[in-house]
Design a protein around this ligand. Structure first.
Ligand SMILES: Nc1nc2c(ncn2[C@@H]2O[C@H](COP(=O)(O)OP(=O)(O)OP(=O)(O)O)[C@@H](O)[C@H]2O)c(=O)[nH]1
Ligand SMILES: [Mg+2]
Length: 483
């Protein structure tokens, strides 16, 4: 009898997204996958499911089972007396370990209707399977050694990727590039540790272990690789998650016009009435592989209007969560801007100053105003005209290069995309640095060994060689049911 929550369970779930589609898939995984499926599908070839060749599709009727179940099942009471046909579809059996979870897997491909899929899933539960938890298929793939933890995370990144570059990085991680690099580093450290510990254990014997200088060279090389990986972390994060660009400024300066122009669609209402935008409007675009979420906000001004006040509160909140704030100024108000003592609420954050409506002002004045603003605020200043499009390409290029350096080449070595990986690498770096310093200072090898073990463990966390249930729970709960 399968027990809930162990690998002995046979689990099932709808694996395709909610909504209507040409086909939908219910996936069953676990030791009783074939037993469960054989109660739910009747092959048109009249063959038994137990005799099926692995990885081949077969036409079948999909039924709600009437017979006895092979597990705990609360749905028994509502079961009909005879089998009812739910749909017709295709069935594929993937014999362990050649499946996503490395367990016996059966997939039932039926029509992509939410109702049909739900019925098929219920039928599988009635036949003895348990509804899978979020991410449980991928978790099983990890627990069964089919994927390491970084690859399991890459499954989710691949599903969620919103830009070409993000997808490329996710797929490279899924192929195990990060895991291989981390494994190489970890094996090197473990081997150093072995030498060191043998040296401690057999200090009196006349055996030649790795010398101090060789150990220093080896540690330095490992440290260099870890540091190089860390240099990719910020770009990696941005390419995976995208960036939030918040457009802020006083009313009527052209914020919504800028949003529309950057999106190339009429998303936000534009009028010459100050205070037109009251709420947050956000939409995403991809600029050369970088996903950019543009957020238009209510104009900032003193007001007693309750709705506008709430809009302004939301605007400030959005600015706090931004990767960069585009603070828009009205270039047509040159003389006022020259007098202004700039204190933007967002200046603590990354901020670009945009002088808009330069179509209304002469070039020389724009230049001197830009220079002035730059000196006073220390921000990068961009003269633009949303009306004529002037300066917008320069602005887009600057936003992208703010996060992805032009020299960045995704094919040059491993790119770290997860904060979890970055934090573990930082810990490995600190431990390696400590052990290196200890060796150089001639500290007892026992102390060096503690730091080396710390570095090996930190790296082990990335691939899941060292991990705890809490971390696993957190990672897999991000997945949806069926993945
Ligand atoms: N001449 C000129 N007018 C512009 C430009 N950009 C925007 N405008 C005009 O400025 C006015 C205000 O534009 P919006 O985009 O609604 O300004 P906003 O900052 O979103 O205003 P609020 O939503 O009220 O905060 C509209 O009449 C636009 O057509 C520009 O580059 N040149
Ligand atoms: Mg607006």
């Amino acid at each position: 009898m399968p027990t809930v929550g162990t690998l002995e369970d046979t689990i099932c779930a709808i694996a395709t997204p909610a909504g209507e589609g040409g086909i939908g898939v219910v996936r069953i995984s676990g030791p009783h996958a074939v037993d469960v499926a054989s109660r739910v599908v009747r092959l048109r070839s009249k063959r038994s499911l137990h005799t099926l060749v692995s990885h081949k599709l077969h036409l079948a009727d999909i039924l709600f089972p009437p017979g006895s179940s092979i597990g705990d099942c609360s749905a028994l009471k509502s079961r009909p007396l005879t089998a009812q046909i739910i749909d017709e579809g295709l069935v594929v059996y993937m014999k362990a370990p050649r499946s996503f979870t490395a367990e016996d897997v059966v997939e039932i491909h039926c029509h992509g209707s939410g109702l049909v899929l739900q019925r098929v899933c219920d039928a599988c539960i009635t036949a003895g399977a348990r509804l899978a938890q979020a991410g449980e298929f991928t978790k099983r793939a990890f627990l069964n050694g089919r994927l390491d933890l970084s690859q399991a995370e890459a499954v989710l990144d691949t599903i969620r990727a919103k830009s070409e570059l993000g997808l490329k990085l996710a797929q490279r991680q899924l192929r195990g590039e990060l895991a291989q690099q981390v494994n190489r580093l970890r094996t090197g450290i473990v081997s150093l540790l072995a030498h060191l510990e043998a040296g401690i254990d057999f200090a009196d014997e006349d055996i030649a272990f790795l010398g101090r200088d060789e150990m220093i060279v080896s540690l330095q090389e490992t440290l260099d690789v870890v540091r190089r990986m860390l240099t990719t972390a910020e770009t990696g994060r941005v390419l995976r998650d995208g960036v939030r660009v918040v457009i802020a400024g006083e009313p009527n300066v052209g914020k919504s016009s800028l949003l529309n122009s950057l999106l190339r669609e009429n998303r936000a209402i534009v009028t010459d009435i100050p205070g037109t935008t009251r709420d947050i409007i956000e939409e995403s675009v991809v600029w050369h592989g970088l996903r950019v979420t543009l957020v238009d906000t209510a104009g900032l001004r003193d007001t007693s209007d309750l709705v506008e006040l709430e809009g302004i509160r939301r605007s400030k909140e959005a600015q706090d969560q931004a990767d960069i704030v585009l603070h828009v100024l009205d270039g047509a108000q040159l003389s006022r801007l020259e007098m202004e003592n700039f204190r933007f609420p967002s200046l603590g954050l990354q901020c670009f100053l945009l002088v808009n409506k330069i179509d209304l002002v002469d070039g020389a004045s724009v230049q001197s105003l830009s220079d002035l603003l730059c000196t006073r605020t220390g921000c990068k200043v961009f003269p633009i005209s949303v009306r004529t499009g002037e300066g917008l390409e320069t602005l887009k290029h600057a936003i992208r290069t703010q996060f992805v350096k032009p020299s960045f080449e995704p094919s040059d070595g491993v790119v770290v995309t997860h904060v979890r990986h970055r934090v573990a690498l930082e810990r490995a770096e600190a431990s390696l640095q400590e052990s290196l310093a200890s060796i150089e200072r001639g500290i007892e090898p026992e102390f060096v060994a503690v730091d080396l073990r710390g570095a090996a463990d930190a790296l082990g966390e990335i691939i899941g060689a060292i991990t705890c249930d809490e971390v696993l729970g957190r990672i897999f709960s991000e997945f949806c049911i069926g993945k």
